[in-house]
Design a protein around this ligand. Structure first.
Ligand SMILES: Nc1ncnc2c1ncn2[C@@H]1O[C@H](COP(=O)(O)OP(=O)(O)OP(=O)(O)O)[C@@H](O)[C@H]1O
Ligand SMILES: [Mg+2]
Length: 258
């Protein structure tokens, strides 16, 4: 069902791949995401970032791969509701230990890096989603990174370094720390990022696109009475890819790429 006949390079054959289970996307990726890649899913509000990520885990569960969904935006109940609108029973999948949803309230708590690591070691997922990276890193910037790092604004303000650290350098350092931790996981990871329509970069911080292994950009544009949704793979390390603009749709059964 998920086999494709796509001409690929010799090195493509040697890459272990993780199928998203979204046919058009796997085809554009020459079979799937290279195993252990960290992929940024960037898009504006309502472009379907969460739907794509949930579907990645649902399809993984069908293939016998456990999935962890870390949400900083929607609570567990809200995600159950999102899933229900596509006919996915997320609660049931959690009960059968196929997926795990963890909600991080960025206003109420901190030590997120440790929490992510604990969730990973106790559940051992093959697929991980962080929705959204933007909220998580914003929160880490304000609260610091717990015992893993020293990158809170407060700590930097207190430091005696003669080099003034701009917010961009701090953000970059923070992202490096987070990704270094995530690279320890035996998982293939999706991170979502907000992307404003007028943005020049490919992510909210305009840094993540350089650090992540892959970038997929989702766009929704109203043309007259129709909504034109497009997906573009901007980058995928360790793989050849079809980087052309693809149409995608969200309907009652979820996310599909033409
Ligand atoms: N059952 C459905 N049928 C068709 N479209 C749906 C259905 N359920 C949701 N949608 C569409 O999916 C879109 C929301 O998708 P999703 O929440 O995944 O986007 P998002 O990019 O994560 O948004 P946000 O920026 O708010 O986090 C809605 O705008 C809606 O148009
Ligand atoms: Mg969302």
């Amino acid at each position: 069902m998920f086999l494709y006949h796509v001409p690929v390079t010799l090195s493509d054959y040697m890459v272990e791949r993780v199928k998203t289970g979204i046919e058009g996307l796997d085809k554009a990726l020459n079979g799937g995401i290279p195993y252990k890649n960290i992929v940024l899913i960037s898009g504006g509000a309502g472009t379907g970032k969460s739907t794509l990520c949930l579907q990645y885990l649902i399809n993984g569960a069908k293939m016998g791969e456990k999935g962890l969904y870390i949400s900083t935006e929607q609570s567990k109940q809200e995600l159950y509701k999102t899933g229900a609108s596509f006919g996915w029973n997320l609660e049931q999948l959690e009960k059968s230990n196929k997926i795990k949803i963890a909600y991080f309230d960025v206003v109420e708590s901190d030590n997120f890096l440790e929490k992510i690591y604990e969730l990973y070691t106790s559940f051992e997922p093959k697929r991980v989603v962080i929705d959204s990276l933007t909220t998580l890193t914003d929160s880490l910037l304000v609260t610091g990174m717990g015992k893993d790092g020293a990158f809170s604004m407060v700590k930097i303000a207190e430091s005696i370094s003669p080099i003034p650290k701009t917010e961009r350098i701090v953000s970059k350092n923070l992202l490096y720390h987070l990704l270094k931790k995530l690279r320890l996981f035996e998982s293939t990871i999706l991170l979502t990022s907000e992307l404003l329509e007028e943005s020049k970069g490919l992510s909210a911080d305009q840094i993540s696109e350089f650090i992540c292994d892959g970038v997929v950009v989702l766009k929704s544009l109203a043309l007259g009475e129709t909504l034109n949704r497009t997906l573009t793979i901007k980058k995928m390390r360790y793989s050849s890819m079809d980087g052309g603009i693809k149409s995608y749709d969200i309907n009652d059964i979820g996310f599909s790429v033409q």
